[in-house]
Design a protein around this ligand. Structure first.
Ligand SMILES: Nc1ncnc2c1ncn2[C@@H]1O[C@H](COP(=O)(O)OP(=O)(O)OP(=O)(O)O)[C@@H](O)[C@H]1O
Ligand SMILES: O=C(O)c1ccc[n+]([C@@H]2O[C@H](COP(=O)([O-])O)[C@@H](O)[C@H]2O)c1
Length: 206
């Protein structure tokens, strides 16, 4: 991965990062990725957007949107640069990033959008709805993730930046399995999320 130039964006515009995910549960891999990209790309804010109905995960059980939303709020509450949007949860129906970017553009006409994805998600992006149009609405930033190759092969030139972030071999799947087996998730997810999982008895029967 070569050194990437940081896109300057439009003069005078806010720089709004968008971190989309199922967040079932949110973990430190998500938070470190967002924090690193915010610093490297001089973002004013990163909005975390929990998916409503992730259509490519429809064969899997996904926790209630309100639980995933609240865990995301708990995990991000202490960082003044981070916020959480209900836009995908409240829209209803299958979640498409193209709809989210269109909505965020009209709600934030003063901002350039930077969509943050891990290497695994970036490699699937051409399977997303209206993939061609995604790159005209936001600049995409792919981040390294252990076990996945980070590449922009086949993606529009100038539409994507690739960045290395501290490697955290954490996945939501692994966190859910650990809870199901009675193993700790302390320090993989924020403390408040450990408490929330316990309080709501999430992932116990999986
Ligand atoms: N450890 C990590 N390092 C870097 N990026 C990550 C990491 N974990 C997740 N991401 C990225 O965060 C976004 C949201 O991921 P998601 O909520 O699906 O978490 P996940 O750990 O991949 O979940 P699951 O194991 O349930 O598939 C995706 O773009 C994903 O690539
Ligand atoms: O738009 C699509 O068709 C699409 C298909 C799969 C995933 N996404 C988005 O990619 C992000 C990561 O998704 P996931 O399933 O890995 O949590 C999240 O914001 C999803 O809404 C988007």
């Amino acid at each position: 991965m070569g050194e990437q130039e940081v896109p300057t964006g439009s003069r005078g515009k806010r720089r709004l990062g968008v971190m989309g995910g199922t967040f079932d549960p949110i973990h430190h891999g998500h938070l470190v990725a967002a924090s690193e990209v915010a610093a490297l790309f001089h973002l004013d804010e990163v909005v975390f957007v929990p998916t409503g109905q992730p259509w490519q995960k429809s064969h899997k059980a996904v926790s209630a949107a309100e639980d995933r939303y609240l865990m995301t709020v708990i995990a991000t509450a202490s960082n003044p640069q981070f916020s959480v949007s209900r836009i995908e949860i409240d829209r209803g129906g299958p979640t498409y990033t193209i709809d989210t970017l269109r909505d965020l553009r009209s709600l934030n006409s003063d901002s350039d959008l930077f969509f943050i994805t891990g290497a695994d998600a970036l490699s699937q992006i051409l399977t997303w709805r209206d993939a061609d149009e995604l790159f005209s609405l936001a600049h995409f930033i792919g981040v390294t993730r252990p076990g996945h190759d980070l590449t922009d092969d086949g993606l529009p030139k100038g539409g994507v930046s690739l960045v290395e972030v501290p490697a955290l071999a954490i996945s939501s799947t692994d966190c859910r399995m650990r809870v199901a087996q009675g193993d700790p998730v302390w320090y993989l997810v924020p403390d408040g999320v450990v408490r929330y999982i316990d309080k709501r008895q999430l992932y116990r029967g999986e």
